[in-house]
Design a protein around this ligand. Structure first.
Ligand SMILES: CC(C)(COP(=O)(O)OP(=O)(O)OC[C@H]1O[C@@H](n2cnc3c(N)ncnc32)[C@H](O)[C@@H]1OP(=O)(O)O)[C@@H](O)C(=O)NCCC(=O)NCCS
Length: 384
C-alpha cells in the first residue's frame, strides 16, 4: 500500500521533509501520507488529552485537500524509512492560506509524534512553511497550541494573554516551541465538555425558560444533515456575522466572506467526511429573518463525542434568550439522533462572557483549551 516518496529535500541522517503527495481516495497508494498525518495527530492528541476524540482523521485531511476554493493548503510530512523501506510519517506541517478574505494571513500547524520530538523536526517543518508564507506575501502568521488543562493562577509557568482572560502553561511543548519561533500569545480559548445524557428534563427546562422570554415573535426550525435552499442565504449571513462579532482580542482577523456557495461547500465536505450535523435556527416571525443559529457536528465513526460549532444571534435580536433557546432545542434533537453520545465539546474565547455563561448554565465544564499565537512576519528574524 505504500510508494517510495519523492527525492529528499531537507535531509538529516534519519528523517527528511517532503511535500505530502496528494491522494484523491484513501485506497490509493499515495494515501500513505494522509494516513500517516492522521496517525501523528492521533498520537499527539492522545498524549495531551488521554484520547483522540478531536484528532483529525485521514479522511478529514483528504477532504480538506480536495476543497481549497476558500482556503489553500500546503502540506509537508517528515518521514523516516521503516525496515521495509516504506516511509513512516513522524511529523507533519500544514500552511493554511485564506483566499476569499484575510489574504494577509498564514496559519501554520506543526505536529510531531511524541516519541520523535526534540530532534529538530518541528523546526524544519515550520521554517519551510514560514518561508512559503513570506513568498505568498502574507504578513501575519498564526499558530495554535491545544492543551488539556489550564494551569493554576499561581503557577510560575502560567501565561496570561494581553486581555487577562484565561491561562496557558509556558512549559507546554507547543508554547515553548512557538515562543522560540517568535510567536506571541494573543488569546486563550476555553475548551468545555458537556457530559451526556443530561439529567432528565434539563434540556426541556432550559428550552421552556428561554421560550417564555423569547415569546411568540420567535420560532425555531431544526434541520438534520441539510440546510433548506430557501434559508441558505440567511444562514450564510449568520456565519459571516459570527466572524464579525466573535471577540478575537488582538488577533489580526478580518471578517470572513460567506455566501450560499461557501455553505454548500461545507455541507459537501460534511457528507464526504461522513459527518452528521443538526442545526437549530430562530426565525423572527414578523420579518421572516433568521435571528440566530447553532450547530452540532459529529463523525459517524466516533459515536462517543460531538462538537459544538457556530452559535450566533444577530445584534438586533439579542436579549431575548435566543442563544439559550437554539442550544436547548438543538441538544434535545441531538439526544434523539445520537443517544449513545457521551460528551459534547465546544471552544470559546475566554473574553466571550455571554457565550461562556450560556454554556456554563447548560452544564459545560472546563476541559482545557487552546492558545492562539501570532506574529507579524516582518518582526521575525530571517528564516534560516
Ligand atoms: C511543538 C512541536 C511541534 C515541536 O516539535 P519538535 O520536533 O520537538 O521541535 P524541535 O525539536 O524543532 O524544537 C525546537 C526548539 O523548540 C523548543 N522546544 C520544543 N519542545 C520543547 C519542550 N518540550 N520544552 C522546551 N522547549 C521546547 C526548544 O527551544 C527546541 O530547541 P532545542 O531542542 O534545541 O532546545 C511538538 O512538541 C508538538 O507536536 N507539539 C504538539 C502540537 C503543537 O503544540 N503544535 C503547535 C506549534 S505552534
Amino acid at each position: 500500500m505504500t510508494t517510495t516518496p519523492a527525492r529528499t529535500e531537507a535531509a538529516t541522517t534519519t528523517w527528511r521533509v517532503l511535500p505530502a503527495p496528494h491522494a484523491t481516495s484513501l485506497e490509493q497508494p499515495e494515501a500513505w501520507a494522509y494516513r500517516g498525518i492522521a496517525a501523528v495527530e492521533s498520537a499527539a492528541t492522545t498524549a495531551e488529552f488521554g484520547d483522540d476524540d478531536i484528532a483529525p482523521r485521514a479522511i478529514d485531511v483528504l477532504v480538506g485537500m480536495k476543497h481549497q476554493q476558500y482556503v489553500r493548503r500546503e502540506r509537508l510530512v517528515a518521514v523516516e524509512d521503516g525496515p521495509d523501506g516504506a516511509p513512516t510519517v513522524v511529523g507533519h506541517g500544514v500552511l493554511f492560506l485564506p483566499l476569499a478574505d484575510n489574504r494577509h494571513l498564514a496559519e501554520i500547524r506543526v505536529v510531531v509524534a511524541p516519541n520523535h520530538r526534540r530532534r529538530g523536526i518541528g523546526s524544519a517543518l515550520y521554517e519551510r512553511l514560514r518561508r512559503r508564507a513570506e513568498e505568498e506575501g502574507r504578513t501575519t502568521l498564526l499558530g495554535e497550541v491545544e492543551f488539556a488543562a489550564e494551569p493554576d493562577a499561581d503557577d510560575p509557568d502560567a501565561l496570561r494573554p494581553p486581555s487577562g482572560n484565561g491561562l496557558v502553561s509556558a512549559d507546554l511543548p507547543g508554547m515553548a516551541f512557538g515562543r522560540r519561533q517568535g510567536l506571541g500569545l494573543e488569546l486563550v480559548a476555553r475548551r468545555s465538555a458537556l457530559d451526556l445524557p443530561l439529567p432528565g428534563g434539563a434540556a426541556e427546562r432550559f428550552e421552556a425558560e428561554a421560550r417564555a422570554v423569547a415569546g411568540e415573535e420567535y420560532r425555531t426550525h431544526t434541520w438534520v444533515d441539510a440546510i433548506p435552499d430557501e434559508w441558505i442565504d440567511q444562514y450564510a449571513a449568520l456565519e459571516q456575522r459570527l466572524s464579525v462579532d466573535e471577540p478575537n482580542a488582538g488577533l489580526d482577523l478580518e471578517p470572513e466572506v460567506w455566501d450560499a456557495a461557501r455553505v454548500r461547500m461545507v455541507l459537501d465536505q460534511n457528507a464526504e467526511r461522513d459527518q452528521g450535523f443538526v442545526v437549530t435556527v430562530a426565525e423572527h416571525v414578523p420579518t421572516g429573518e433568521l435571528a440566530g443559529m447553532t450547530t452540532l457536528v459529529w463523525r459517524r465513526d466516533r459515536p462517543a463525542c460531538t462538537e459544538q460549532e457556530s452559535t450566533v444571534v444577530l445584534p438586533e435580536h439579542r436579549g431575548h434568550r435566543l442563544g439559550m433557546l437554539v442550544k436547548a432545542v438543538n441538544l434535545r434533537a441531538h439526544a434523539r439522533l445520537r443517544p449513545e453520545t457521551r460528551r459534547i465539546y465546544t471552544w470559546n474565547n475566554e473574553d466571550n462572557a455571554h457565550m461562556l455563561a450560556i454554556n456554563v448554565a447548560l452544564g459545560f465544564r472546563p476541559a482545557g483549551g487552546s492558545a492562539e499565537l501570532q506574529a507579524r512576519l516582518a518582526d521575525l528574524p530571517p528564516a534560516t
